[in-house]
Design a protein around this ligand. Sequence first.
Ligand SMILES: Nc1ncnc2c1ncn2[C@@H]1O[C@H](COP(=O)(O)OP(=O)(O)O)[C@@H](O)[C@H]1O
Ligand SMILES: [Mg+2]
Length: 281
Amino acid sequence: MSQQQRSGRPSSDRLSPSRKKAVIDIRNITKTYKMGTFDLKVLKGVTLKIYPGEFLSIMGPSGSGKSTLMNILGALDTPTSGKYLLDGEDVSQLSEDQLARIRNKKIGFVFQSFNLLKRTEAIRQVELPLIYSTNVRNRSRLAKRALESVGLGQRLDHLPSELSGGQQQRVAIARALVTSPSVVLADEPTGNLDSRSGTEVMQIFQRLNEQQGITTVFVTHDPWIARHTQRVIMLRDGKIIADERVKEPLIAGEVERPSDAEELQGIFEETYYGGDESEYT
Ligand SMILES: Nc1ncnc2c1ncn2[C@@H]1O[C@H](COP(=O)(O)OP(=O)(O)O)[C@@H](O)[C@H]1O
Ligand SMILES: [Mg+2]
């Protein structure tokens, strides 16, 4: 699907996923790592549908299988059993070469650590995913447009060292978007940023989702970040234990993140004064 087709879609269409085909449709997938004679079951039957235009977070404690699931969603790895349909195409049992092709065409990745090339200008970084699929002129046109869409139209020739952390992550977002992927997967995309740059990056993701309907999946430890997305999947011990809609997603930049002191105060009040008022009188 092209960027143009996406941006024209009315938002009401995005709000009724039941009528549409899932972008990501995984059915009872498992992942087992062989550790010598011992089998480590990491995913124990995960079923999940993600629809076009959704913006969701995958949360869960360390070791619960988030990265393993993300690697499978991103076609970096295949499940031990179960089915994965990406845009309706079965990608559960593809070879390494076939996976690489699917990945390049359908998935945009954004990492915590940006993963930019040190000595390469922003526009060249963003052109890279197009190298095998697009001619030189179109490459630079598409890369420029992607950088403009993340507010970096004036920074095309800058090296990473000449950009702030937030700007570097925006280059990485442009690189993820330039191929018009079916889904963008972001692993702790604000994890290495100060809170102002983190807000900036959240604003970009929210705007791209809102205006272009870009399907976005975050992996995050941070409940504050997750509250800016529309749906939260909770993973525990290789299983989905909750899948909830966020009632009123926060709008990035509109509400300040509570300070540690305020958060502690909140916890204190909930712990000591929670429950019904009548309990105290
Ligand atoms: N390639 C691998 N080989 C063996 N064990 C692995 C591998 N990758 C992850 N694991 C194990 O799988 C479990 C889940 O890991 P992971 O998916 O990284 O969890 P999370 O991202 O939620 O912290 C952990 O116990 C981890 O040690
Ligand atoms: Mg992880």
